[in-house]
Design a protein around this ligand. Structure first.
Ligand SMILES: NCC(=O)N[C@@H](Cc1c[nH]cn1)C(=O)O
Ligand SMILES: [Zn+2]
Ligand SMILES: [Zn+2]
Length: 478
């Protein structure tokens, strides 16, 4: 079928699609904050309502309770499972996305309210979740709407799995996938996830690799309460001082991880892999604009991509319990929790990473001769993922990119993590493709997150065309 009518519909209904994104961004579905949990649930209800209105058959699955760090429990948001079409003669495509978002406060430095979608004069749709991952989720829903309104059948059966805990370790989802692998997901032929970004700002890509992530909480406690530094400073072991001493030995300013043994499991770089870095559309100035300054550690694009995709990194995120407001409070915090994570790569294993991290931290802490108490825990871990990019799933997606953008896509890996990608691949034994909608400078997780209007609109066309190209794949090509 020609996709021209579908393209025309998408062009003509831009405002409706942006309105749908506006409603979604207005729901502050931050999964990491207990107080926002009702909003995360509200976001699931919004999706259920949109999908049901379009005639999808929808169910929500309860995935249990979340154990919080303070010992309390909190109900996990539901996983939304939806099906559109059930024709045994058609292929079945499973799409996954997440409806939770990272935290955002105006005072973090946003130019506008993070939970109000604002379009600026350059056509950027600003708002938390616009690109990660509400825009792409709504992209699939917009594809359904366009087909339904045009009286066109979807060329495939579409199964959707939308979760509300991706930004907090996808708790509960792996169990559901395993439980449903031979039931709800039994007919799935291929999987597509739209939850990452183009390499730069101009050229679309297909993505076949992700780093894993292991997130750590390092707590140090000592005094029974916060103390006056004038009265007690110099006479007690201060948790913050210990924390700084230990955490300063995790990573060097040049990015090298200082934990002994951590690089031992990293797969060696082969000549074949080295060639995959040739001719990628990635320029240093795009990196500078995405970062907002020129603070790159490496001077070549190749080194930057290799350290983003195929070498591990360690980032320090923050300290819970520390004084952080403006002003000069002279407190000695009684308990502090340092947060850091390691992005892992093939062939690193989460259990080994945790073992090495614990051993190193305990040995560094022992050197301090402190009477404070240290505890180190891995709060969540996901493995790296790697797929075969010559599968027909990728062939269909590449054809769709050419039809929408008139260009062959870059084949990329990604530095971020979507641990469920590997879970789907392993549990369903099907090919998984990452098909991004947004650009490399979208600022996901950062202030002023945006999705360009053109990426949203062209992205809707891309997702729809991809489904058509999947349907066009002949038996002999599979
Ligand atoms: N768009 C994918 C994404 O942002 N993934 C998160 C997943 C995560 C893991 N722990 C906290 N968030 C990422 O940071 O890569
Ligand atoms: Zn994210
Ligand atoms: Zn995401």
């Amino acid at each position: 079928m020609s996709v021209a009518k579908f393209f025309d519909y998408v062009e003509a209904h831009q405002s409706d699609f942006i309105d749908r994104l506006r409603k979604a961004v207005e729901i502050p579905s931050v999964s990491s904050e207990a107080a926002r949990r009702p909003d995360v649930v509200r976001m699931s209800e919004f999706l259920v309502s949109e999908l049901e209105t379009l005639g999808a058959s929808v169910e929500t699955r309860d995935v249990g309770m979340q154990k919080m760090h303070d010992g309390t429990t909190l109900k996990l948001p539901p996983v939304v499972l939806a099906t559109y079409g059930n024709d045994p003669a058609k292929k079945t495509v499973l799409v996954y996305g997440h409806y939770d978002v990272q935290p955002a406060l105006k005072e973090d430095g946003w130019n506008t309210d993070p939970f109000t979608l604002v379009e600026d004069e350059e056509g950027r749709l600003l708002g938390r979740g616009s690109t990660d991952d509400k825009g792409p989720i709504l992209g699939w829903i917009n594809v359904i709407e366009a087909h339904k309104s045009l009286g066109l059948e979807l060329p495939v059966n579409l199964k959707m799995c939308f979760e509300g805990m991706e930004e907090s370790g996808s708790e509960g989802l792996d169990d559901l996938i395993l439980l449903e692998a031979k039931k709800y997901f039994a007919d799935v032929d291929v999987v597509c996830i739209s939850d990452n970004y183009w390499l730069g700002t101009t050229k679309p890509c297909l993505t076949y690799g992700l780093r894993g992530v292991s997130y750590f909480h390092l707590s140090i406690k000592g005094p029974g309460r916060d103390l006056h530094s004038g009265v007690f400073g110099g006479t007690v072991h201060e948790p913050m001082t210990d924390l700084f001493a230990v955490m300063s030995n995790l990573v060097a300013p040049n990015g090298k991880i200082l934990i002994p043994g951590i690089y031992d499991q990293v797969a060696p770089l082969t000549e074949e892999e080295e060639r995959t870095y040739d001719n990628l559309a990635f320029q240093m100035d795009e990196l500078h604009s995405a970062v907002g300054s020129k603070v790159n550690i490496f001077d070549s694009e190749r080194d930057i991509l290799q350290h983003r995709w195929r070498y591990p990194s360690l980032s320090i995120h923050g300290v819970e319990g520390a004084f952080y407001n403006a002003g000069d409070k002279t407190v000695v915090p009684a308990k502090v929790i340092g947060k850091f994570s390691i992005r892992s790569v093939p062939d690193m294993e989460p259990e080994k990473i945790t073992e090495l991290v614990k051993k190193h931290i305990e040995s560094e802490f022992a050197k301090l001769n402190s009477k404070n108490v240290l505890n180190i825990e891995c709060s969540h871990a996901g493995k790296p993922w790697f797929a075969t990019p010559n599968h027909w799933n990728y062939v269909a997606a590449a054809k769709a990119v050419e039809k929408v953008f008139n260009v062959k896509p870059d084949m990329t890996r990604e530095g971020g993590s979507i641990p469920v990608t590997l879970s789907f691949q392993d549990a369903l034994n099907k090919n998984v493709l990452l098909l991004p909608m947004g650009r490399g400078d979208d600022g996901a997780h950062s202030i002023n997150e945006k999705l360009d209007r053109s990426n949203y609109i062209q992205g809707i066309k891309l997702l729809g065309t991809y489904l058509h190209e999947i349907a066009e794949i002949k038996a002999e090509e599979q």
